[in-house]
Design a protein around this ligand. Structure first.
Ligand SMILES: Cc1ncc(COP(=O)(O)O)c(C=O)c1O
Length: 314
C-alpha cells in the first residue's frame, strides 16, 4: 500500500530520466559485471587508459584480461583478433570520441562501450553500452546499461541515502569541507554487488533539466575550444551529438594543473592508476600527466570559463 500524507519527503520535480529505457543499476562497474556475466565472456581487452575500478568486476569473476594501447588521437591500437568468447572495452574519452565509437561498432565484434564520460552519447543498436550518472550530475551513484543480454537474477534495490554527505556539504559548507566525505562515499561504491538503482538516485535523475545541461556543456566546450585549440596539443573535432564531460587540454606546462588548483579550479587526474600500470615511455603515462581536463559543466558560466582561459593564456 502507498503511504500518503504525513511529513514531506525531499521535494523534487517529477521529470523523466534521460536514459529511461535502459537497465538501471547501482554503478558503472556493475554494468560491466552484468555484461560479462550475461554474455559469458572469458576474456576482455581493456585500455591502459582507464580507471582501475574497471578491474573490479573482471577480478571478481576471474576473467582473463589483456591491456591494449591507444594512439595520440585516443584511438585504440589493436592487434589481436577477438575470439567469440572475448570482448573489447573502449571508453568514449572525455565524451569526445563518439565518431570513433560508431566506427568501432561496425568493425569490432563483442564491443563494449564505456560511456561514463559521455552521458549524452546515444547507444548504438546491438552494442553493449553503459553510463555512470555521477560523472555528470550531483548524484552519489547510479548507472544505465543498454544490452540485449539478460541476467535472470533478481537484484536488490540499492539504498543511497548514506552516500549523500559530500553532496549536501558541498552546498552548505563548500567543496573542501566535503572532500573527505566525497572520498569515503566514493570508496563505498567498491565491492558492491549488482543492485538496481536506488529510488533516491532515480528521483534525483528525474529532477534534472537535461536540455539545460546539454546546452551549457556544449556552450562552455565551444568557448574553451575556440580560445585554446591553437595551443592544445591534442587534436580533435567534436561530432554533432557530443556533449563532453571535460575539455582535454594537452600541454607540456607542468605547472598549469597546480596554477588552476591554486585558483580554486579543481582539476582531476585521469587516471592515477595508469602511472602504476604503465612505463614512463607509454603514451598513457604521458596523457595522465599532461592532459589537464578543464571543467565545463553546467555550474560554470561564461565568466568562470573566461577565467580559466585567461589563467592559461595570460
Ligand atoms: C572511465 C570510467 N569508467 C567506469 C567507471 C566506473 O563508474 P562507477 O563509479 O559508476 O562504477 C569510472 C569511474 O569510476 C570511469 O572513470
Amino acid at each position: 500500500m502507498n503511504e500518503i500524507g504525513g511529513y514531506f519527503e525531499l521535494e523534487l520535480r517529477t521529470g523523466n530520466e534521460y536514459h529511461f529505457n535502459a537497465i538501471k543499476l547501482n554503478s558503472g562497474r556493475n554494468c560491466l559485471e552484468y555484461i560479462l556475466r550475461a554474455r559469458g565472456y572469458k576474456k576482455i581487452y581493456i585500455p591502459y587508459f582507464t580507471c582501475d575500478v574497471i578491474l573490479e568486476p573482471i577480478n571478481k569473476l576471474g576473467i582473463l584480461y589483456e591491456f591494449y594501447s591507444i594512439d595520440k588521437q585516443l584511438d585504440p591500437v589493436l592487434n589481436a583478433k577477438l575470439e567469440n568468447d572475448e570482448a573489447l572495452l573502449y571508453t568514449n574519452y572525455f565524451g569526445i570520441k563518439s565518431a570513433k565509437v560508431i566506427e568501432l561498432s561496425s568493425t569490432i565484434k563483442n564491443l563494449i562501450i564505456d560511456n561514463s564520460q559521455a552521458f549524452f552519447s546515444n547507444p548504438i543498436d546491438g552494442i553493449d553500452t553503459f553510463y555512470s550518472a555521477r560523472k555528470f550530475f550531483g548524484v552519489p551513484d547510479g548507472a544505465y546499461l543498454y544490452t540485449t543480454a539478460v541476467l535472470e537474477d533478481e537484484f536488490e534495490v540499492d539504498k543511497s541515502f548514506e552516500r549523500f554527505s559530500h553532496l549536501l556539504k558541498r552546498i552548505d559548507l563548500g567543496a573542501s569541507k566535503g572532500f573527505d566525505d566525497f572520498r569515503k562515499n566514493d570508496s563505498n561504491l567498491s565491492q558492491q554487488p549488482i543492485k538496481y538503482m536506488s529510488k533516491l538516485t532515480k528521483s534525483l535523475l528525474c529532477n534534472i533539466d537535461y536540455e539545460f545541461v546539454r546546452e551549457k556543456r556544449i556552450e562552455n566546450f565551444n568557448l574553451l575550444h575556440s580560445n585554446l585549440s591553437d595551443v592544445n596539443q591534442l587534436n580533435f573535432q567534436l561530432s554533432n551529438d557530443s556533449v563532453p564531460m571535460v575539455y582535454p587540454y594537452l600541454t607540456d606546462r607542468f605547472d598549469l594543473r597546480q596554477k588552476l588548483i591554486d585558483n580554486k579550479i579543481y582539476i582531476a587526474t585521469y587516471w592515477p592508476n595508469i602511472l602504476q600500470w604503465c612505463d614512463e615511455n607509454q603514451i598513457e603515462y604521458f596523457f595522465t600527466n599532461s592532459i589537464v581536463p578543464l571543467p565545463l559543466d553546467q555550474r560554470f558560466d561564461f565568466d568562470s570559463i573566461k577565467l580559466i582561459i585567461d589563467l592559461i593564456l595570460l
